[in-house]
Design a protein around this ligand. Structure first.
Ligand SMILES: *Cc1c(COP(=O)(O)O)cnc(C)c1O
Length: 441
């Protein structure tokens, strides 16, 4: 392994690294597809993703990590759409999963089981069984109770499970509190002290091969400072374990790399991220795993929505869209900013700018995409694109207010493909029944 050595391989294609919002506002075109025509056929709200942009990101990260014995395990929860997973599987990606459902998604998309790592603070026995039966590569363990469960399930199945201890390095990821996971007070992982005791008595769990370390300090990191800090603590701990004679085959540094949600915002590059990993772990002779989610897919997607109406309140002007918090939860849940681009309307010239509260139809005040946002004056029926919605968008969508799940499409070189059709009302209601059949448990 070349620690800190030269980057090998040819540079990745950088033809379309990200969406051009000015072009979108001027032409209403994304990857050669006219979004007005697309919305007329497929309806709104509609998630629109560029597979080329996802591929470009994946290859850029791969390239940045060249020279390290590194694997990329895409965090399925960011966007678990089958077509997205198939695309990444074809690129050779593994997966980071957090449930039995995500295990099924990853396997069905063709991601090799040995490239799957299973994270999460509360895995059920059934999920552990299913993952062992499938042959997942590694369990990222977050508690002693979970280590015990893995031991007993592996024993019962007559197999040896590979596992990493998820350590909580106790650093402040300097991100939104709800997506910060690496402080001592968060529910995730165990302290370095506790992990040390697991390794020291590893023979107590003979059917678990505890030979890895894992961390994930938070999401949407726009500064690499916390990452440097956490990596340094991880590296120190790894050296201590090795010096004590423990086996260490894998260090998983988690995900969290941030993206640009707002024009002018600066996110770390893949090169800077890889340099931080090289700096801290270049000496390590085992495998290094990274678990990016958001960084691979967020900027490759937009949520296309139609303006239902404009409403002038006593003090505020509202733009009511047909998309709502059930389709894209991030603004409600995290106060997240998403750039919003009104698409051009035939025959209208440049519009005056207006401060809008951009809201959805759901019966919650929190159903707000933006507050006092300066936008060109919009009209009913006009389309708007909510940018950087490829991650934690569709995957967090719900049926709240009995709104069917939105459709999702890929766009590429002037063509589109539906990758999830719009949920029908019957599908939404399926499974519910009247109380005709009372019975005892
Ligand atoms: C959510 C999560 C990720 C991905 O986080 P991003 O911020 O989307 O990169 C990676 N690893 C674990 C354990 C996670 O929970």
């Amino acid at each position: 392994m070349v620690a800190g050595g030269p980057v090998i391989g040819s540079p990745p294609a950088t033809k379309r690294p990200m969406l051009d919002s000015e072009m979108l506002a001027r032409d209403g075109v994304f990857e050669g597809v006219d979004l007005t025509a697309l919305a007329a056929v497929e309806g709104t709200p509609l998630y629109v993703y560029s597979p080329a942009m996802i591929r470009t990101r994946y290859r850029a990260l791969r390239h940045a990590l060249a020279g390290l014995d590194a694997g990329i395990c895409y965090a399925v929860k960011a966007n678990g759409n089958r077509a997205v997973l198939e695309l990444l599987a074809a690129e050779g990606s593994g997966a980071d999963i957090v449930s039995g459902g995500e295990l099924q998604r990853a396997l069905r998309a063709g991601i090799a089981a040995e490239r799957i790592v299973f994270s999460g603070v509360g895995k059920s026995v059934a999920e552990v069984e299913a993952a062992l039966a499938a042959g997942v590569g590694r369990f990222n363990l977050e508690s002693l109770a979970e280590l015990e469960t893995l031991q007993s399930v592996a024993r019962r199945r007559g197999t040896v499970a590979r596992a990493s201890a998820r350590i909580n390095p106790d650093v402040d990821a300097l991100t939104h509190a709800k997506i910060s996971t690496g402080r001592a007070e968060n529910k995730f992982g165990v302290s370095i002290g506790e992990a040390r005791s697991w390794f020291a008595s590893a023979q107590r769990w003979p059917d678990v091969r505890l030979d890895g370390l894992h961390m994930h300090i938070g999401s949407q990191l726009l500064s690499l400072e916390p990452m440097h800090e956490a990596l340094a603590r991880m590296a120190d701990f790894a050296r201590t374990l090795l010096a004590a004679g423990s086996e260490l085959a894998c260090i998983d540094v988690g995900g969290g790399l941030g993206v640009r949600y707002r024009e002018g915002e600066k996110a770390p590059s893949a090169e800077e991220y890889a340099a931080a990993i090289r700096h801290a772990l270049g000496w390590f002779e085992g495998r290094i795993l990274v678990e990016p989610g958001r960084w691979l897919v967020a900027e490759a997607g937009l949520l296309l929505s139609r303006v239902l109406l404009e409403k002038q309140g006593d003090t505020r002007r509202f733009l009511v869209l047909d998309a709502a918090m059930n389709d894209l939860l991030r603004p409600s849940l995290y106060d997240a900013w998403h750039d919003i681009v009104p698409l051009p309307v035939d025959g209208s010239g440049p519009q005056e700018r207006v401060a809008y509260d951009v809201v959805g139809p759901v019966c919650e005040t929190g159903d707000t995409f933006a507050t006092a946002r300066q936008l060109p004056r919009c009209q009913a029926g006009q389309l708007v694109a909510i940018l950087a919605s490829g991650a934690y968008g569709a995957s967090m969508a719900s049926n709240y207010n009995s709104r069917p799940l939105p459709a999702e499409v890929f766009v590429d070189a002037g063509r589109y493909a539906v990758v999830r059709r719009r949920q029908t009302l019957d599908e939404m209601l399926a499974g519910e029944q009247s109380t005709a059949d009372w019975t005892s448990p």
